[in-house]
Design a protein around this ligand. Structure first.
Ligand SMILES: [Zn+2]
Length: 204
């Protein structure tokens, strides 16, 4: 096995080709950082990860160890094979966007997970006219019995990680969420870097 190490800088995104059976370890060095996550089928990028089908297949609104992200065709794309965090990952809320930052009162341009997604896939020669819903790793969105949601700082701890296994050849897209107005990236409202390890089969 070979492993390559990468830094996903705070507020930025990146995409990585992950072939079936390969793994991506996403480490949260400070514990506070949400990572918006997507997968696109390498053979047909319009087959994207689908949170509505993921919730349906897993019968769960969160994303727990052993569960899978599936595509719009309900084909397995990623499996969560290891999770050292308290296991709170959100599948409900949309990736942040320029429209959300305008709603929050920003008058200057603000980086967003939506823009990061399109930038990252563009760097791989892929373009989509829409933004799929994201799996929001480490994002703490508790749901009350009456259906209301809250947006709280992550409960993950410094150094916590998740390990994702690709179930098909995918473009894995990650965004270190730039949200610094709400406390979703921690009470100090400070987005931080994420560490990545891409594990491939074969000799170095
Ligand atoms: Zn975001």
């Amino acid at each position: 096995m070979t492993a390559s190490h990468h830094i996903l800088p705070a507020r930025h995104g990146a995409a990585y080709v992950l072939n079936a059976g390969e793994h991506a370890l996403v480490r949260n060095p400070y514990g506070n950082q949400v990572v918006d996550t997507w997968a696109l089928a390498l053979a047909n990028p319009e087959e994207h990860s689908a949170m509505e089908h993921t919730r349906s297949v897993n019968s769960n609104i969160f994303f727990d160890n052993g569960q899978q992200v599936v595509s719009i065709h309900r084909r397995p794309m990623l499996t969560l094979v290891e999770d050292t965090s308290p296991g709170r990952h959100d599948t409900l809320l949309c990736p942040c966007s320029s429209a959300i930052y305008r709603e929050l009162g920003c008058t200057a341009p603000h980086r967003s997970c939506t823009d990061n997604f399109h930038e990252a896939i563009g760097n791989h020669g892929v373009s989509l006219s829409f933004t799929p819903a994201s799996l929001n790793l480490f994002m703490n969105v508790p749901v009350a019995a009456d259906g209301s949601l809250d947006r709280l700082p992550p409960v993950s701890r410094p150094g916590d990680h998740v390990l994702l296994r690709a179930e098909m050849d995918v473009l894995l897209v990650l965004s270190a969420c730039p949200q610094d107005i709400t406390p979703i990236n921690g009470a100090d409202h400070t987005p931080r870097d994420i560490e990545l390890e891409i594990r491939r089969e074969g000799a170095a």
